[in-house]
Design a protein around this ligand. Structure first.
Ligand code: TXA
Ligand code: MG
Length: 330
């Protein structure tokens, strides 16, 4: 049967996922939420200058209001409208923006306390995903966007991931394909003149160090996320995750109920379909790209336990290990 153009159009208008930037723009301008692609993970976006939209983000995500949101804009010039910059920030921005870097800077009054959860610093990022950037460029306001997953679960790296979990709660998902980086942005701020990494992410710590010199890393694992709010248990699938390849656990569960997350090679004796191999060639960027989608796929299998192997602590291995540790945290 030939496709009926009426129904094609009808389907496009009412489909909740697509590449329609104009529709995304109109929804955001009217105060509604749209899931947006970025090179790190998909975000749940709303007008950052509209408190009703911002409140709606917390509600849809089921996110506690003490956990602040990152705002997204299209150029470094625009950052100056929302925050107070400094020389080191400018240097980092020059090298890493647009890209998977978030800067934590003193906020200007235009940014509400709702966005920053009462903090006087605002987190700002300029994504480098072309579709996202085109959208942000067309808007007169920045968008606040946490990762587009229910609070505490694995971040989405495909439009389908968002649709699976938030599909009935938001009007539109802008589909930008699979995320190129696959891990959230690296969050960098400044404390007593020292450049501080608060969340390991898509820009390796080594790169930050090369650009600015001295860097302290403060990845929180507290259950009281003052600022920045980084909870110990996060990125967690439903199936319990255990770090290391504990032989006792291998005996405790039948092989078909065990899943693994490994860097380059599978574990003997476990069915292949239960094993997430992050990168056969040992490539960190590929591993990062595969991590969240792979964890979601494992979580759909009927497993009782997932054994995760930590990667070497270098490059994006640091950020991947951070996510694995949080996924395994009680
Ligand atoms: O790559 C990313 O950063 C993605 C994409 C969508 O941009 N966003 C993202 O947002 O990961 P979210 O909300 O899932 O994680 C943001 C983290 C949280 O841990 C939050 O506590 C911290 O950033 N954060 C945001 N604003 C902050 C602030 N003003 N002070 C301290 N921490 C802040
Ligand atoms: Mg998140």
């Amino acid at each position: 049967m030939a496709t009926n153009p009426f129904f094609t159009t009808f389907a496009q208008i009412f489909s909740m996922t697509g590449k329609d930037i104009k529709r995304a723009k109109e929804l955001l301008e009217s105060g509604q939420l749209v899931a947006i692609p970025t090179e790190t993970v998909y975000g749940l976006a709303g007008n950052a200058l509209n408190e009703v939209a911002v409140a709606q983000i917390f509600k849809v995500k089921n996110r506690p209001s003490f956990d602040p949101l990152i705002i997204h804009t299209s150029s470094f010039e625009r950052i100056h409208d929302y925050a107070v910059s400094n020389a080191v920030a400018e240097k980092l921005a020059e090298e890493c923006m647009p890209g998977p870097l978030t800067l934590l800077l003193p906020k200007k009054p235009i940014i509400s306390d709702l966005v920053t959860a009462g903090s006087n610093r605002v987190a700002i990022r300029i994504p480098r995903h072309p579709l996202c950037n085109e959208l942000l460029h067309s808007l007169a306001f920045p968008v606040a966007a946490p990762s587009a997953n229910p609070f505490g679960y694995i971040s989405p790296t495909r439009a389908q991931h968002v649709e699976d979990q938030l599909g009935d709660k938001i009007p539109y998902i802008l589909d930008g394909g699979p995320c190129e980086v696959g891990l959230e942005s690296t969050i960098v701020g400044f404390e007593n003149g020292l450049t501080t990494v608060y969340r390991k992410g898509g820009v390796p710590v080594e790169t930050i160090r090369e650009i600015v010199g001295d860097v302290q890393v403060k990845s929180h694992s507290t259950s009281n996320p003052s600022a920045p709010g980084m909870l110990k248990s996060h990125y967690a699938p439903r199936v319990p995750v255990k770090l290391g390849m504990d032989i006792k656990l291998l005996d405790k569960y039948p092989a078909e109920k065990i899943g693994t997350i490994r860097f380059t090679t599978p574990l003997d004796g476990i069915p292949e379909k239960n094993q997430l191999i992050l990168s056969k060639s040992g490539d960190y960027a590929e591993a990062a790209r595969n991590l969240f989608a792979g964890m979601r796929a494992l979580d759909k299998l009927d497993l009782e336990i997932i054994l995760a192997e930590l990667l070497p602590d270098q490059d994006l291995g640091l950020a991947i290990n951070d996510r694995l540790r949080r996924a395994a945290a009680e």
